[in-house]
Write a protein that binds this ligand. Structure first.
Ligand SMILES: [Zn+2]
Length: 496
């Protein structure tokens, strides 16, 4: 009998860590962070200590106590033993949202990570451009190492002993094996590129895992094909997401596009929009709106980095050269004529200071983009506001001080706040918008990454498994009515 253990994703949205154990082999579906549980204990400046390896995470119930899965440096550092062999044979990543992938950071590097090429690219972007101290997904840097000094006596702390993880890119519907399990990745539509469901078979069981999915994005045919293939596989077990099982409406990308077109056409000044940085379908929506309204979409350096990675991935996202890239004032702000620096007793305007000096304000990965022709600054947005749609997220609100927009609007194209911290931040956004006289447009500008209740129930009836386990939901009881269709609904319990 295959056994299933849930170490997250039970009665909560996200944090999926689901272990499938066969006779000889085992693997995880996802290894994500449980947002709500993490937020119960932690905040921006109250974070687990690296000094305690995995133990702070374990103490807070964020990581399960399982032998043979965690990295050597974090275990040995706190005096725990490190088994020679890993106790699981793989982790299957459904997509690269943190609630499904964040805690890969803590895993040993010899556990194979299976994921789609797009999920790989998103993780690469997160790793290369992120500032978080627990974001080693594709590589890990061995911590707590002391080495002899190259010159002179004594020792020093070693930095940057980098080890590659065992990353395995999976192709759509191309079977791969983890011992007794034959597995296929099934691409599905979700609010970032590369999301996959999985269909896993052994002699005894066929298990289907939905990951996160929807039918109302730009690629619903992907999800429909998954449903068809899952049905054909005749599953004994379906592990299904149910984020919006209690909802019955959807907003589509096309509706957002239409609505935004009208608002942007009516706006005489700068249009600001906030949408999730890794949602490239949403970027495409606002890119199209910009094209149809004779404006240019202006994106951040971070989003430029992602778009650049996706340039050759065979998707229909815009090329980096089709959009404008915003160069913010950072560090000393040696950009244009607003800042001065003292050069050998003389205060010189940034324009008159060696350009190389200004580059020092930017991180290495940012500098490459600063050479591009399609770079612009607040001055361009100030001079010709009617020519642009400027993506401005929470952390970029300070740019408004430089841009000083007039006659503009702010379109909020992201999810409604669902926790206290998000509500606090939302209130801050409103204050900024008030300060700059920017009307807030937030009705019907966000398409969820998740199917609604009717769609989820229809999907499950269609796939017709023997048993269904609802995960990634706080409304599991809504699955109950499936028992009328002869499907056994099993509420998972947390093994942590
Ligand atoms: Zn999720």
């Amino acid at each position: 009998m295959t056994s299933i253990d849930f170490f997250g994703g039970v009665d909560e949205i996200g944090g999926n860590k689901i272990r499938i154990e066969g006779k000889n082999e085992s693997f995880f579906f996802d290894f994500g962070m449980a947002f709500s549980k993490a937020n119960d204990f932690l905040s921006e400046f109250l974070q687990p200590r690296k000094a305690n390896g995995i133990l702070d995470f374990v103490a807070l119930g964020l990581l399960p106590c399982i032998k043979g899965i965690y990295r050597e440096d974090y275990l040995r550092h706190v005096g725990l033993s490190y088994p020679k062999e890993p106790s699981v044979d793989g982790v299957l990543i459904s997509h690269s949202h943190v609630d499904h992938v964040a805690y890969v950071h803590h895993l040993r590097e010899d556990i194979p990570i299976y994921l789609s090429n797009e999920s790989y690219l998103i993780l690469k972007a997160l790793e290369d451009t992120g500032a978080s101290s627990f974001s080693e997904y594709l590589h890990l840097k061995k911590s707590f190492q002391i080495e002899p000094k190259k010159r002179g006596e004594g020792h020093k702390r070693a930095t940057g002993i980098r080890v590659e993880r065992d990353i395995r890119i999976v192709e759509p519907y191309k079977e791969f094996e983890i011992g007794e399990f034959s597995i296929k990745a099934a691409p599905v539509d979700h609010s970032l590129p590369g999301a996959s469901a999985f269909i896993s078979k052994t002699d005894e069981d066929t298990i289907v895992y939905t990951g996160d999915l929807r039918f109302h994005g730009r690629n619903p045919e992907l999800t429909h094909k998954f449903v068809e293939e899952a049905k054909k596989a005749n599953p004994t077990i379906l592990i299904s997401e149910g984020t919006r099982i209690d909802k019955n409406e959807n907003v589509s990308e096309e509706e957002i596009e239409k609505r935004a077109f009208t608002e942007v056409t009516n706006c005489k000044g700068l249009v600001l929009v906030n949408y999730p940085v890794r949602d490239l379908d949403r970027l495409l929506t606002f890119y199209k709106v910009a094209q149809d309204t004779d404006r240019k979409l202006v994106i951040s350096l971070k989003q430029a980095y992602i778009l650049n990675l996706f340039e050759d991935s065979g998707n229909d996202y815009p090329k980096l050269s089709d959009v404008m890239i915003y160069k913010p004032r950072k560090g000393w702000g040696l950009l244009g004529s607003d800042n001065y620096a003292c050069v050998e007793d003389e205060w010189l305007c940034a324009d008159d200071i060696n350009a190389e000096e200004s580059l020092r304000d930017y991180k290495k990965w940012e500098r490459e983009f600063l050479e591009y022709d399609n770079i612009l600054t607040y001055k361009d947005l100030q001079e010709n506001p009617q020519d642009y749609i400027f993506r401005c997220d929470f952390f970029e609100l300070k740019e408004l001080i430089d841009i000083k927009p007039s006659n503009g609007v702010y379109i909020k194209s992201s999810t409604e706040p669902f926790d206290e911290q998000m509500e606090i931040n939302e209130a801050k956004v409103r204050k900024w918008l008030e300060l700059f006289n920017l009307p807030l447009l937030n009705e019907g500008f966000h398409a969820s990454g998740h199917a609604n209740g009717q769609e989820i129930l229809d999907m499950i009836r269609d796939i017709n498994p023997e048993k269904v386990y609802p995960v990634h939901t706080i409304h599991k009881n809504k699955f109950k009515e499936l028992s009328k269709d002869g499907i056994k609904v099993i509420y998972p319990t947390l093994s942590i």
